[in-house]
Design a protein around this ligand. Structure first.
Ligand code: HMG
Ligand code: MG
Length: 302
């Protein structure tokens, strides 16, 4: 049968806002994070300590985390943040952050575009970053991008993704998040990829799935992941998101769509749907455009 309980890993403030054309004021970001926590989301990825020239939308990462720490104390330090390298880790550690995520590419082209590294040399950047974080007792997540298809290279072989994922695990990463960065995954491909990881000795509790909804397949893909026993799913409130270095990436799976779907299956998630919808509707007002989520449109008021 399907798992009885799922963890929703909220990425709206990071994956959602990194791609927004309008610059979102820091206090609005802080309110967004806090509202998501209040809605019962157990994990809210708050921002990225990447190069501010590469992702200017998140250049206020330190200011945001300082403000959130003033409001939330230790709860803010538990929020995961992206760090591409040791410089990013230093910035996160300075603020007392305890959960970080590195992000790798499964393809050569995207490694170059997103990280300014080759597929091989990205690991030289991650190795000391992950080692230092683990040595300090931090929890490290490892994203793998372009796990299904890549806009420049086409379909990505399952074995290539498993090889990248296993190298991250060998470096000391706790959980892998397998990203369908451009939203081209289909259910059969999801099952094949998860099965390949399991066959390579990686249990499903080390895996999370990260879908973008370009072809409207994200929930079907979650269902495929559930059938394979994966219990952590990334989602973004209101379906915000994309990737600034992958032009064809559209929004993430909307948190609301995922919550509605899991509730329908009787799977425990702990999230208050109305509170997330209210948050996304408010955020849509801040951004000046409606949410692409069907559930937000069905349940939202303004
Ligand atoms: P680089 O230019 O190769 O960096 O960028 P470098 O190591 O050569 O350093 C150059 C300068 O940048 C140095 O300064 C560094 O200190 C500085 P200088 O000595 O010249 O004055 N620098 C930094 N400053 C602040 N924070 C840092 C940092 N690192 C170096 N962390 C780098 C390499 C990785 C930094 C750059 O390519 C980068 O920031 N990339 C981030 C791209 C990004 O954020 N993409 C979106 C996230 S991934 C995603 O969305 C996919 C995901 O959602 C899953 C999915 O959907 O698949 C996760
Ligand atoms: Mg993403």
């Amino acid at each position: 049968g399907l798992p009885t309980k799922v963890t929703i890993y909220e990425v709206g403030p990071r994956d959602g806002l990194q791609n927004e054309k309008t610059s979102v004021p820091t206090p609005v970001k802080a309110e967004f994070v806090q509202r998501l926590l209040q809605a019962g989301l157990p994990i809210v990825e708050a921002t990225s300590f990447v190069h501010p020239k590469w992702v200017p939308q998140l250049a206020d990462a330190a200011e945001l985390m300082t403000g959130l720490t003033a409001d939330l104390g230790d709860r803010a330090r538990e929020l995961p943040v992206l760090v591409p390298n040791e410089r990013g880790l230093d910035r996160a550690v300075e603020l007392g952050m305890r959960h970080v995520a590195v992000f790798a590419s499964a393809t050569e082209t995207f490694a170059e575009k997103n990280l300014n590294r080759t597929l091989e040399s990205q690991f030289e950047m991650f190795a000391p970053t992950v080692a230092r974080a683990v040595a300090q007792g931090m929890d490290v997540r490892g994203y793998v991008s372009m796990c299904f298809g890549d806009p420049w290279e086409g379909a990505v072989p399952v074995d290539q993704v498993v090889a990248v994922g296993k190298r991250l695990l060998d470096l000391g990463v706790g959980q892998l998040s397998l990203g369908d960065t451009i939203g081209v995954a289909t259910a059969g491909h999801v099952r094949a990829l998860v099965q390949a990881f399991v066959a390579a000795g990686v249990p499903t509790d080390r895996l999370a799935l990260h879908f973008h909804d370009t072809y409207g397949q994200a929930l079907t893909n979650v269902h495929a992941g559930l059938q394979e026993g994966v219990t952590t799913y990334d989602a973004s409130a209101g379906g915000l998101g994309g990737c600034p270095y992958a032009k064809s990436a559209t929004g993430n799976l909307a948190t609301e769509d995922l919550v509605w779907f899991l509730t329908g299956l009787g799977i425990e998630h702990g999230v208050d749907l109305a509170a997330v919808v209210g948050t996304s509707t408010w955020m849509a007002g801040q951004l000046g455009r409606p949410s692409p989520s069907a559930v937000v449109r069905a349940l939202g008021s303004a």
